[in-house]
Design a binder for this molecule. Structure first.
Ligand SMILES: Cc1ncc(COP(=O)(O)O)c(C=O)c1O
Length: 397
């Protein structure tokens, strides 16, 4: 996208990247039109194969949305009504919706101050001090509620990985299911010291959920999502749950949902998947430019910190500032779009029922200070320079 120095810089431009792929993307629609294969079929199979390969997993199950992906993963993994599922409050509401729609209760632990993802020490603190093992039930029980703790959901927010080694270690110790919320992290990587290798988002938990909402690093032309896993039994269960619980046509073994991926979305995603690694690399280059330019601004702004063990994919570039609303207004005045992800943490949303929440002071502090700056794979250097110049002007630098 090339712009003159006075053109607006939208927070998210979904038109230009699709125009570049117009011929290939419209061919997908024509293919579905010609075959009238609208639901499931070869285009869905192909995308599932390719996305599993991309994530280094054995299986991928295409579904309707990231929310469905989470919900189906909980149900198939055996999260039962009344169980507790532990996650972070600094996430999109869908993480907690899926937990409660699977019948479970959500408990929140705080984030790490620097990575904005689950702090394994807070998780440890909760499991060791607020829960106890009940030998008669063979389960870890939360002392206050007497409910069993069955799963933990690290959220790889903004395209940055949660610190998975210690989270997986705790899950193993306490026999907890790990479902990754990788809805913002297509292609992000984590260096596992334990395994001695880089591992892809979505390949470490029992299962992982991805969203292909149009604005994501890999976005559909409507609603779409996927679940990845290495577990064949789980994969088969999730395939059934997404398709009315049927094992074959009109034989419904369990109650399921209409949560299938349609073929136009799948074909569209297969085309875009071929470009994803390159787009993620561009996002990392743009993030690096932001980092370097902001480094000259000595104070007033905290830039995202990428821990040594992650290669983030910068779904969002989120800075922290004291006077967030004023900076946002200033940038809007300069024609620069921004967003807030998210202004109200999930534990304070009226829609979310949770047991007495644990103290989450880092999340509480963060939500009033975060601002998402323009970030997509095709920003020009000039655009990034203009955003930084406008931020500098705000601080009088
Ligand atoms: C962290 C997170 N979890 C879950 C979801 C839900 O995905 P979807 O909107 O595809 O249902 C999203 C989507 O925005 C998300 O960002």
């Amino acid at each position: 996208m090339s712009m003159t120095s006075t053109a607006k810089i939208p927070f998210l431009d979904l038109v230009s990247p699709h125009q570049e792929l117009q011929t290939e993307l419209l061919a997908v629609v024509k293919k579905a039109f010609d075959s009238a294969g609208f639901i499931g079929g070869p285009m869905v199979d192909e995308f599932e194969r390719e996305f599993a390969k991309f994530c280094d997993t054995k299986y991928c199950i295409g579904v309707n949305s990231g929310t469905d992906a989470l919900r189906f993963a909980f149900m198939a993994a055996g999260v039962a009504p009344g169980d507790i599922v532990v996650t972070v409050p600094h996430t999109f509401i869908a993480t907690t919706e899926a937990i409660s729609q699977a019948g479970a209760q959500v408990t929140f632990v705080d984030i790490n101050e620097e990575t904005y993802t689950m702090d394994p020490e807070r998780l440890r603190d909760y499991l060791e001090n607020m829960c106890e093992f009940d030998p008669s039930r063979g389960k870890l029980i939360e002392k206050a509620s007497k409910c069993s703790v069955s799963a933990v959901v690290p959220v790889h927010l903004y395209g940055q990985m949660a610190d998975m080694d210690p989270i997986l270690g705790l899950a193993e110790k306490y026999n907890l299911i790990v479902i990754e919320d990788a809805c913002q992290a297509h292609g992000a990587e984590y260096f596992s010291k334990k395994a001695g290798i880089w591992r892809k988002a979505g390949s470490m938990g029992l299962a992982a959920a991805f969203s292909f909402y149009p604005g994501k690093n890999l976005g559909a032309c409507g609603e779409a999502g996927a679940i990845t896993t290495n577990d064949e039994v789980l994969a088969n269960k999730m395939r059934m749950i997404r398709d009315h619980g049927q094992s074959k046509k009109y034989y419904h073994d369990v109650e399921g949902y209409n949560g299938r991926l349609d073929s136009i979305q799948a074909g569209w995603l297969t085309v875009k998947l071929r470009h994803l690694a390159k787009w993620n690399e561009s996002r990392r280059t743009i993030a690096q430019r932001y980092h370097e330019l902001f480094a000259e601004l000595k104070e007033g702004i905290t830039i995202p910190r990428e821990a040594a063990w992650t290669r983030g994919v910068y779904h969002l570039y989120v800075v922290r500032v004291q006077d967030r609303e004023a900076l946002q207004a200033h940038l809007a005045g300069a024609g620069i779009g921004t967003g807030i992800h998210y202004p109200i943490p999930t534990h304070r949303q009226p829609a979310v029922g949770c047991f007495a929440p644990l103290a989450v002071p880092r999340t509480e502090r963060l939500v009033d200070e975060i601002l998402s700056l323009p970030m997509s794979a095709d920003h020009t250097d000039e655009e990034i320079d203009r955003v930084v110049a406008a931020v500098r002007a705000f601080f009088g630098a």
